[in-house]
Design a protein around this ligand. Structure first.
Ligand code: NDP
Ligand code: GDR
Length: 351
């Protein structure tokens, strides 16, 4: 059996990676690392928690002893690190913690591998946030690092340290640059899930003729390159199984505004609406229900604006497609539809 240590398994990508590996391969044992929290939420792990080839283990990226112990005892063939302080918006509030987890944490993983299982292949999750205020479009792997947030800066530093370890110790260590990816396991603070959960809540209010509280958003004019996390974990596995370790960009090659995502999310829930906008006053933008009651469904709350914004992201996945044979199966529209339907169902089941 090949042994794979995956971190961040209560989050989106870690859970999708476990699901993929256990569903696809019979000869892989997956060790899913979680940190100690008072009330862990296993919602994303339902499909594999009791799988015979899955084992839950404890560790923390801020604690090198736990990482060294795991690598020493498990002797993994692959170490896939998805754990991070992953929310850009909060990274200004706790920059040191963000660096400790996202940068020092990666270095701790590398050190554990170097000392206790140097043949282990390592993946660490890089981000399009490293490109920041972009210099050109679409962004490829050669794009300069121009982060706009403590989070983005922490991922840039992680990228540098991985390169250093790869070149200094001949380790198989990769840092894939992943553009935004979402799905039904996405955390509720991220904008796509916030919107699809909000749409499901509003649909219930409309059906019951109850008062509607609008979804409150920040900058709806920023543009993101969105894909489905389930497509991306397959790309990560391909990156880990090349002849030589090389970093790639995973992206959709399309970009859309938050506003466009929100309009489509309402459309897929069967709610038709219209925007009202005042030129030069983005905080006054609103989205109304096209019903005789004309309720407000989205309003802007400046509280959700960031100290510095990444205005446009659009990735170039062509190298990953050509050299890794990676392909994306779920389109932007399919992704929104899937998330909305899932959240509408969850809302129904909760009734
Ligand atoms: P999530 O926030 O859903 O999951 C992150 C996981 O990391 C959580 O399970 C969290 O644990 C765990 N974690 C946080 N701190 C620690 C720690 N100190 N020790 C151990 N575990 C910890 O993120 P995603 O799944 O969306 O993203 C996975 C990775 O990919 C992250 O590194 C993210 O920065 C990166 N990335 C994500 C993109 C995306 O669009 N999703 C795009 C580009 C990069 P807990 O559940 O206990 O909080
Ligand atoms: P992002 O994702 O910062 O791109 O990071 P997020 O969904 O948080 O924001 C996307 C864009 O939406 C705007 N926005 C809002 N964002 C949130 N969260 N809440 C709001 O109410 C809101 N209103 C508008 C943001 O300003 C931003 O422009 C994600 C994370 O998964 C990172 O870990 C990952 O590295 C990058 O994607 C690539």
């Amino acid at each position: 059996m090949k042994k794979v240590l995956v971190t961040g398994v209560l989050g989106q990508d870690g859970a999708n990676m476990c699901e993929y590996l256990l569903g696809e391969f019979n000869d892989i044992k997956v060790f899913g690392m979680i940190r100690r929290v008072a009330n862990p939420n296993f919602k994303n792990c339902k499909k594999f928690l009791n799988h015979p080839n899955f084992q839950l283990v404890y560790g923390d990226l801020t604690d090198e002893i736990s990482l060294q112990k795991l690598v020493k005892e498990i002797q993994p063939d692959y170490f896939i690190n998805f754990a991070a302080n992953s929310f850009v918006g909060i990274s200004w509030d706790m920059p040191l913690h963000v660096f400790d987890v996202n940068t020092n944490g990666v270095t701790r993983c590398l050190e554990a591998i170097r000392h206790f299982q140097p043949n282990c292949r390592f993946y660490s999750a890089g981000s399009s946030e490293e490109f920041g205020d972009v210099a050109y479009t679409p962004q490829d792997i050669k794009h300069p690092l121009r982060p706009r947030s403590p989070y983005g800066a922490s991922k840039c530093s992680a990228r540098h340290i991985i390169k250093v370890y790869r070149e200094s110790y001949d380790m198989y260590a990769v840092h894939g640059i992943l553009f935004n990816h979402e799905g039904t396991k996405r955390g509720e603070e991220f904008v796509t899930r916030k919107i699809t959960k909000g749409v499901a809540r509003i649909k219930k209010c409309i059906d019951r003729e109850e008062k509607i509280e609008p979804i409150e958003l920040g900058n709806i004019y920023s543009q993101r390159d969105w894909s489905d996390s389930e497509d991306f974990v397959k790309g990560v596995w391909l990156m880990l199984n090349q002849e030589k370790p090389e970093d790639y960009v995973l992206a959709s090659g399309e970009t859309h505004t938050i506003k466009e995502f929100a309009s489509k999310a309402f459309k897929y829930a069967g709610i038709s609406g219209s925007w009202t906008e005042i030129e030069g006053e983005p905080t006054k933008t609103k989205f109304y229900n096209n019903s005789p009651k004309g309720q407000n469904l989205i309003k802007i709350n400046p509280k959700f604006y960031r100290p510095a914004e990444v205005e446009l992201l659009l990735g170039d996945p062509s190298e990953a497609e050509e050299k890794l044979g990676w392909e994306r199966k779920i389109s932007f529209d399919m992704l929104i539809k899937k998330m909305v339907e899932f959240d509408l169902n969850e809302e129904k089941e909760a009734q």
